[in-house]
Design a protein around this ligand. Structure first.
Ligand SMILES: *[C@@H]1O[C@H](CO)[C@@H](O)[C@H](O)[C@H]1NC(C)=O
Ligand SMILES: *[C@@H]1O[C@H](CO)[C@@H](O)[C@H](O)[C@H]1NC(C)=O
Ligand SMILES: *[C@@H]1O[C@H](CO)[C@@H](O)[C@H](O)[C@H]1NC(C)=O
Length: 375
């Protein structure tokens, strides 16, 4: 009886899989997401990838309208390992030139002392024009005299996104070999160093992090914790977008006070970009990428393109399953076990569309996108 039931189960599962494969094939054909001319042989792994795609397709069916199914292009890529990837310097230099046509990276990187005056009212890139932030003496005192990236050139840079795909990737040593490492949103590295590396040369810091992880610096303990986190970044750049959202205003004041109080004790270099998103957006719009908000990751790629001779991307993968194994993934590599994959970003980001573009750039040799294990 049990045997019959399980046999029936296997048959039903197989039929379901075949039907699903057909549906997926059709939808991939229709969407034509990645443009690869050829379909490789119908090996088992491909079937498996389709399967992996489905799970997620089901999970996100109504949540994620722009869901991108996996295709053979990506599948092949993952099987052949990144060894096949070749840098196309000509294409990269051409992209840099284009980016620099829209964005003065060294200038947009940070406001400088001489570029602002006390009492000047700043607006916010993503908030109503009615919201303002008055530049104080203290704020001005924290600005650098000159852009810290003016005339800076690095050979190979890593831009590390925070995707859960990094979990178990063992990419840490490879990332640490880079000449300059960009990270996003003050992501922790220490306890994940095997997978994400331990070095940091720049990390972004949305002022709201103070609210979320440091209790607005209300207690001595909170202040100590924050101080210790900053100490670990000695020499690195803390890139603080304080003028994107008006909701940052209060925490920005708390942050400014803290830095003024601890000046001299901290060696982290502060960078405070002004209203730069309109400029960044203009370039990506030419690539048909025009979401309400670009991700921090692609913003870092934009800045890196002017400073780096070659850019390698890690932790860029916005989906809830591992493309190598089909297993479920957390959204961030540092999310607590059991955290549900979040699709909250869809309110404003278009991560699948961004991913599609970055993947195309990878195929063209502009940048290397790592999606598999490094070891
Ligand atoms: C490199 O990129 C350039 C410009 O996009 C292109 O013309 C050239 O064919 C590419 N080279 C290779 C080897 O793919
Ligand atoms: C950003 O760069 C553009 C030029 O690409 C420049 O016009 C603009 O003033 C800069 N803005 C800031 C805030 O640095
Ligand atoms: C990048 O950071 C590491 C430490 O995290 C440091 O050893 C290295 O010199 C830095 N590189 C540059 C170019 O600043």
């Amino acid at each position: 009886m049990v045997r019959i039931a399980s046999a029936l189960g296997v048959v039903m599962l197989s039929v379901a899989l075949i039907i699903l494969s057909l549906i997926s094939y059709v939808s991939i054909k229709r969407d034509n997401i990645f443009t690869t001319p050829k379909y490789a042989g119908s090996g088992a792994p491909r079937m498996y990838m389709f399967h992996a795609g489905f799970r997620s397709q089901f999970a996100m069916k109504f949540l994620d309208p722009s869901f991108i199914p996996l295709t053979n292009a990506l599948n092949e890529e993952l099987q052949e390992k990144p060894s096949k990837w070749q840098f196309n310097r000509t294409a990269f230099l051409q992209q840099r030139k284009e980016i620099l046509r829209y964005i003065d990276v060294a200038k947009n990187f940070t406001l400088t002392k001489s570029g602002v005056r006390v009492g000047q009212l700043m607006h916010y890139d993503y908030s109503s024009h009615k919201y303002v932030f008055s530049i104080s003496n203290n704020f001005k005192s924290l600005l650098p005299d000159a852009s810290p990236v003016l005339n800076k050139h690095y050979n190979v840079c890593a831009v590390v996104g925070n995707s859960g795909i990094l979990t178990g990737s063992q990419c840490g040593p490879e990332i640490d070999k880079s000449d300059f490492i960009f990270r996003c949103n003050f992501a922790p590295t220490e306890i994940f160093q095997k997978d994400v590396g331990r070095k940091t040369n720049l990390t972004t810091f949305n002022p709201s992090i103070l609210e979320k992880y440091y209790n607005n610096l209300l207690t001595i303990q909170d202040r100590n914790n924050f101080f210790l986190s900053l100490k670990k970044l000695d020499g690195a750049i803390l890139w603080i977008p304080a003028f994107f959202f008006h909701t940052s205003a209060t925490v920005t004041r708390t942050l400014v006070d803290f830095f003024v109080e601890h000046k001299g004790q901290l060696k982290v270099q502060l960078a405070w970009p002004g209203n730069i998103m309109q400029h960044i957006n203009r370039y990506w719009k030419t690539k048909h990428l025009a979401p309400k908000r670009l991700s921090t990751g692609i913003l870092m790629y934009t800045l890196a393109s002017a400073m780096c001779e070659e850019i390698h991307l890690y932790g860029f993968w916005p989906f809830g399953w591992d493309p190598n194994t089909g297993k479920e993934l957390p959204y961030h590599y540092y999310d607590k076990k059991g955290t549900k994959f979040t699709t909250k970003w869809q309110e404003s980001h278009q991560l699948p569309t961004e991913f599609k573009l970055l993947y195309k750039m990878h195929e063209e040799g502009l940048t290397k996108l790592t999606l598999s294990h490094c070891a």
